[in-house]
Design a protein around this ligand. Structure first.
Ligand SMILES: Cc1cc2nc3c(=O)[nH]c(=O)nc-3n(C[C@H](O)[C@H](O)[C@H](O)COP(=O)(O)OP(=O)(O)OC[C@H]3O[C@@H](n4cnc5c(N)ncnc54)[C@H](O)[C@@H]3O)c2cc1C
Length: 388
């Protein structure tokens, strides 16, 4: 039986970026996914500049430029009582800027780069890990127990519902550290060009609705809510989406005859519940590790960061001759150091602010007063739906 250096389970951003880096460093890498690519993924499709920067550092800048992602230059927040606050989203001096891009396009760009750099890709549904003498030594796929694939180390990049992490971990994720979200696509919508809209509707707190343009007259529209509150109030995600679409302010912007397509939902695991991440021979990355920002629900940047960090750690461990827990420990330390501050702030704001409509309204009033004072009445006018 062939022995791979590394098996990466899951070809989302976290898995593909790890496969790419390890293949570049000369390892035999097998990237597995249960889906045929390009594949869709439930997401708001908003990719922050910090995620683009990681990809640029890996040399994917030219591929991104050719792919015509939809550039963003503004964030509009609508407070519960309706007050609008606009923020600019500026490109950084190094050229990294935020975009929206459907995940079939985004994820496939990274997966193809990993293959171009030498990773092998196969469509396989991984059922469980092979564990020998307390160490993960490969995976079993759904072709039956006899179909085993062996490797010196396994990366679990199989997303929020990770079969591998469920098998290995005894911890239960608490609903207060999770969310549930749904999105759909609308063709024929009066979007605000290049601007993502976040609507803090009282019925969805702690959570928000979004309208993210992904091209002219095409938007990704959805909502997400913290899971404990969602369950406590007996909410229904699809019904919530219907209510959002039927609200007067949204309905007025939908062209006659336009329909919502691609409705899809998925749970999100917040980094505010820090899970066990170390097993002999296996590292979880991205959503499998539960690295989503507990305020925004964004996880692509942290998925890429953890994929890169896992690859660097595994490279060192393999060169030292063992992928035992202690040699994989630097992965945890780097991820913790990177995520701790942003996660703490995000968690604090989510708990103290995101569920409190009155506080959000008064904060929005303070912000817009400060913006008016700083930049004068003309520039503080809200961005119009379409430029005149
Ligand atoms: C509705 C919604 C909206 C979101 N919006 C945003 C946003 O706008 N911006 C943002 O930054 N983040 C957003 N997120 C979070 C973001 O989608 C994730 O953080 C990101 O996809 C994590 O990447 P990943 O590579 O860890 O996992 P994934 O992208 O989930 O990839 C996991 C891969 O593993 C494969 N897989 C799963 N199980 C198996 C198996 N058993 N065998 C083989 N393959 C398997 C899957 O097919 C998939 O391709 C959103 C999430 C949701 C649910």
């Amino acid at each position: 039986m062939r022995q791979w250096d590394v098996i990466v389970v899951g070809a989302g951003p976290a898995g593909s970026v790890a496969a790419l880096l390890l293949a570049r460093r000369g390892y035999d890498v097998l990237l597995l996914d249960r889906k045929r690519f390009p594949r869709a993924k439930a997401c708001g499709d908003a990719v922050p500049a910090s995620a683009i920067r990681i990809l640029m550092e890996l040399g994917l800048g030219p591929a991104i430029a050719q792919s015509q992602f939809y550039p963003l230059d503004g964030l509009r927040i609508v407070a519960p009582a309706g007050r609008i606050v606009d923020f600019p989203l500026n490109a950084a001096t190094d050229g990294a800027q935020p975009y929206t891009v459907p995940r079939d396009v985004f994820d496939d760009l990274i997966r193809r780069a990993a293959i171009a750099d030498g990773a092998a890709f196969e469509i396989r549904n991984v059922k469980r890990a092979i564990i020998e003498c307390g160490r993960v030594t490969g995976v079993v796929t759904n072709e039956g127990d006899s179909h085993q694939i062996k490797a010196r180390v396994v990366i679990a990049a199989d997303g929020g519902g990770s079969a591998l992490v469920r098998e290995l971990s005894r911890e239960r994720r608490q609903d207060s550290h999770r969310a549930i979200a749904v999105r759909g696509y609308l063709d024929g919508f009066d979007e605000i060009p290049n601007t993502v809209e976040v609507l803090l509707n009282e019925n969805v707190l702690p959570g928000y609705q979004w309208i993210f343009p992904i091209g002219p007259r095409r938007v990704n529209i959805g909502l997400g809510m913290r899971l404990d509150e969602y369950k406590r109030r007996g909410m229904n995600l699809l019904r919530m989406l219907d209510v959002f679409l039927a609200s007067a302010s949204v309905r007025a912007r939908i062209e006659p005859g336009a329909t919502v397509t691609g409705v899809s939902s998925w749970p999100l695991n917040f980094a505010s519940q820090w899970p066990t991440l170390l097993y002999d021979g296996l590292l979880p990355v991205g959503d499998a590790a539960g690295f989503i920002n507990p305020l925004t629900g964004g996880g692509i940047r942290n998925a890429l960061f953890s994929g890169v960090t896992a690859a660097v750690t595994i490279d060192r461990a393999l060169r030292s001759g063992t992928v035992a827990r202690r040699n994989l420990q630097p992965y945890i330390e780097r991820c913790r150091a990177d995520l701790r501050r942003s996660t703490r702030i995000a968690y604090f704001l989510q708990r103290s602010l995101l569920g409190n409509a009155l506080l959000l309204d008064s904060l929005a009033a303070t912000f817009s007063a400060a913006q008016k004072w700083r930049s004068g009445p003309a520039s503080s006018r809200p961005k119009p739906l379409r430029p005149a």
